[in-house]
Design a protein around this ligand. Structure first.
Ligand code: C5P
Length: 229
């Protein structure tokens, strides 16, 4: 077992609780964080958190992407803070007051702000009033979120060096869209290898299907972790 766990958050995008628990159990010896997203949380409720932690000290990334008026986001953040996640996501597009409300409601949780969803292309961004290069919106929202107290940002591997230069060294940069060399990109449009993403300034790599879709998720996590050590 490695001394230091790899800076990887395994996305437990599982169809049921049993599968999520099995994946979590297989990967926690090798990775620092497991990520529970909206689908699993909405299906199972908060009990999923203890199920995937399984008594281990693995960090929990609660990827709920909260986006509402500040008072409501504060209430939601307070509600899930009792689950002691390490990270909780909110949309930076909810505005500075909303991000700050989450930060203040959950002071022991690292609030991670999503800048621009990587699923939005230039046309889709224009349609929601964010015309112009996506990098401009990413940069603007990153600065807004950090100014409002967010301790982490979620951004694509392509944006990580730009965001790092905007926000400095102290903000945790989390990147999905990570694929080991030779792996299938699946529906991720802009991917980078784990090594490249870390070199560009990422602190935590979100990796799902290259690990959970493998015949042996534990072995896949161990392999990727070893390549990073
Ligand atoms: O399986 P894969 O490695 O593509 O999983 C990536 C995870 O990161 C998924 O849980 C997905 O919802 C999440 N994510 C993403 N792109 C974003 C934000 C989150 O892929 N911009």
């Amino acid at each position: 077992m490695p001394q230091t766990k790899a800076p990887i958050a395994v996305a437990l995008d599982a169809p049921d609780v049993e599968t999520a628990a099995r994946w979590a159990n297989a990967v926690t010896p090798y990775v620092s964080v497991v990520k529970v997203g909206l689908e699993l949380f909405c299906r199972t409720g908060p009990s999923i958190v203890e199920t995937v932690r399984g008594g281990t000290g693995v960090g929990l990334f609660l990827d709920l992407k909260l986006h509402d008026i500040p008072n409501t986001v504060a209430g939601a953040a307070r509600s899930v803070a009792r689950l002691k996640p390490k990270y909780l996501t909110v949309h930076a597009g909810g505005g500075a007051a909303m991000v700050r409300a989450a930060v203040e409601a959950a002071p022991d949780v690292c609030i991670a702000a999503v800048t621009v969803l990587t699923s939005l292309n230039d046309e889709a961004l224009g349609a929601i009033g964010l015309a112009g290069p996506p990098q401009d919106a990413v940069r603007r929202l990153a600065v807004l979120a950090v100014g409002a107290g967010a301790g982490a940002l979620v951004c694509s591997p392509q944006e990580v060096s730009l965001v790092r230069s905007e926000v400095g060294p102290d903000v945790v940069l989390i990147t999905p869209g990570v694929r080991p060399a030779g792996a299938d990109a699946q529906d991720q449009a802009r991917v980078a290898t784990p090594e490249q993403a870390l070199r560009d300034g990422a602190d935590l790599l979100v990796i799902g299907r290259p690990i959970t879709g493998a015949a042996d998720p534990g072995a896949a996590a161990a392999r990727i972790a070893a390549a990073l050590s």
